[in-house]
Design a protein around this ligand. Sequence first.
Ligand code: PHB
Length: 437
Amino acid sequence: MTARRTAVAVVGAGPAGLVLAHVLRRAGIGVTVHERLSRAELERTARAGVLEHRVVEYLRALGLADRLTAEGERHGECELVCLGEKVLVDYGALSGGVRHWVYPQQLLVRDLIAAYEKDGGAIAFERPVESVALDGDGRPVLRTADGELRADWVVGCDGARSTVAAAFPDGGLPDGGRPDGGDGPARRYPYDWLTVLARISRPVEQIRYAVHADGFAGMMPRTADVGRFYLEVPAGEELSGWDEPRIRAELERRLALDAGDPALGGLLETGMLRMRGRVAARIRAGRLLLAGDAAHTVTPSGAKGLNSAVADVADLAGALVAAVRDGDERALDGYQERRLEAAWETQEFSDQLLELLHLPAGIPSGQREFALRLRLRRIHRIARPGPEAEAFARAYAGAGELPAAPAGPAVPPARAAGRDVWPSAQGGGVASRTTGR
Ligand code: PHB
């Protein structure tokens, strides 16, 4: 039996994997997409929901944002509550017109899957990649439930416990694997966020961050009748210690919810988010590449996870098309440096916001007001026009542009890559050239 072949195997069908597969396929490149979860699970798992301006513009240019822009909401203001004061930050104005879009991640995933399939692409759901090995020429060989697949390139968009990262030759996991998955400098924060998805009486009009003596709380928009809430708890706290009345009371108190705010309805989902940051030491090893959470883990603070994952693949897509279609690996050679630099910028933003939103770990109660007063001053600085406010607003809302997607091929994509889950490099997809590495 001849081994199946593909030009690019994309592992993981989250937003990063789907966007990448889409762009590659439109450029006429043979792609396979492998996903551990079922389509139903993928389309119903609630996660992020706040999209940066530049990410939406990128998706829009690809024709992937029709529903998002029709049904999503634009947000350009957030509130910071501290010491009984509610400060409005009009970051849309401070940034010169850059605002977020609010649209739940699972709906975006649903739209991306639909668009990919409409183009003739297929996703292998519930087909995890069990392992990735390299043959004698450094070419990836994927082991899946459907047998062996030989790929010219493999991209791990498969999250913090990436199978592709684990295949990095000198060890994506140098010390035998860390509990947080992957290598590279990492930080475990001294607190966690208890997460809540809840029915609400009316939409959350703007993100609210409450900086409180008893810990941070957040209220984030999702849909007309669902909101996402966060409560700071000590690191390692168990969810079992938090029954529904306690969660409600704490949210209402810390967020200072009053008659003018959405009323909390039923809690739909609760969870614990272990707060950590990590940036991989390497995101390319020859023909193995990483993007999104496989390359870096960022805390939810600032809502950068999904956004930076799409930014990774916007860069990688052009670089891979040049490598596969034109045999030009120059852009790919710079991928790691560009995206690790961007990952550190993102970490810094998220970390600075965390610093503002939380009091120092273990601060005695008698010193909390002092720390809160310092935070209130900083809040005023980012709300008032000036260089600091402008820089915060532009980074927060995602000003600027992602690299444009490469142009499509002469042949329509549905014919170029076939309808097969396993488009063969010879059978239609553009085979990559053998170039060094
Ligand atoms: C969220 O929508 O979950 C979210 C938004 C902004 C943040 C953190 C979380 O800073």
